[in-house]
Design a protein around this ligand. Structure first.
Ligand SMILES: O=C(CO)COP(=O)(O)O
Length: 271
């Protein structure tokens, strides 16, 4: 029998693919088509496990057309948004535009934005609020670098980011939030935080959300793990109690591999 060892999930599992700066709009359509076919062949139940992709901005219109035209159940979102709504912000993209393109989600505070673009906690807090203002759900990314992990202050560091980035949200907004724990040392390195590391941080994040917004809200928030997730390690990570999904980088560019991650329950074999 193939089933999840913990049997049921408190929240709908969420499997997300962050394409980063890969796949032009033509390649992106092909990738999404192959993913949809593979999942359709496997009779994937999207109500049981939600699937989302995060293509580059330039792919989003094509993705919208494909999703609408083929009536796909795959959700999609952008990898960033502006904290502003409109105006003289050359190169930036408003949450309003994302909403108009049918984006359900937007990544906020990915470590590559925090480091390469020096996005501060204040800016990220404004981006989280901008996403909500435009009806797009933020997938807030938090996590520590290697030095902080080695110093043993990773939980404190990550919770500090979380608190700063969600400051001022109402309970209703907080309950919608998705939070992705992505230890920077495990991104694109082949180093995977163990399932117990993912659980440790996700439990700490849920406890912090309980403190900030109450237990009812915290119980609704989906918490993801990201960092070198592949089909062969996803099931063990997702089997942890407080881990509700995964945010996949490199492996989401391979439709067969990503589909296998989506179908993680078929890899969890009980006795
Ligand atoms: O940054 C990530 C997802 O947002 C993780 O990337 P990798 O899966 O390539 O390590």
């Amino acid at each position: 029998m193939t089933t999840s060892t913990n049997g049921t999930f408190d929240r709908t599992p969420f499997i997300a693919g962050n394409w980063k700066m890969n796949m032009d709009h033509v390649q992106g359509i092909t990738l999404l088509q192959k993913l949809a076919w593979t999942l359709s062949d496997a009779k994937h139940d999207y109500n049981r496990v939600e699937v989302a992709v995060f293509p580059p901005f330039t792919d989003l219109r094509g993705v919208q057309t494909l999703v609408q035209g083929d009536e796909l159940d795959v959700a999609y979102g952008a990898q960033d948004l502006s904290q502003f709504d409109s105006g003289a912000y050359t190169g930036d993209i408003s949450g309003q535009f994302l909403n108009k393109l049918g984006c359900k989600y937007v990544l906020v505070g990915h470590s590559e934005r925090r480091t390469i673009h020096n996005e501060s906690d204040d800016v990220l807090n404004a981006k989280v609020k901008a996403a909500f203002r435009h009806g797009v759900t933020p997938v807030l990314c938090v996590g520590e670098g290697l030095e902080i992990r080695q110093a043993g202050t990773h939980v404190q560091h990550t919770l500090d980011q979380l608190r700063a980035n969600v400051e001022g949200l109402g309970a209703e907004q907080a309950a919608e939030l998705v939070v992705a724990y992505e230890p920077v040392w495990a991104i694109g390195t082949g180093e995977v935080a163990g399932p117990e590391d993912a659980q440790e941080m996700c439990a700490a994040i849920r406890a912090e959300l309980t403190e900030l917004f109450g237990a009812d809200v915290a119980a609704k928030v989906r918490l993801l793990y990201g960092g070198s997730v592949k089909a062969n390690n996803a099931a063990a990570i997702l089997n942890e109690r407080d881990v509700d999904g995964v945010l996949v980088g490199g492996a989401s560019l391979d439709p067969a591999e990503f589909a296998n991650i989506v179908r993680f329950e078929s890899h969890l074999v009980t006795d």
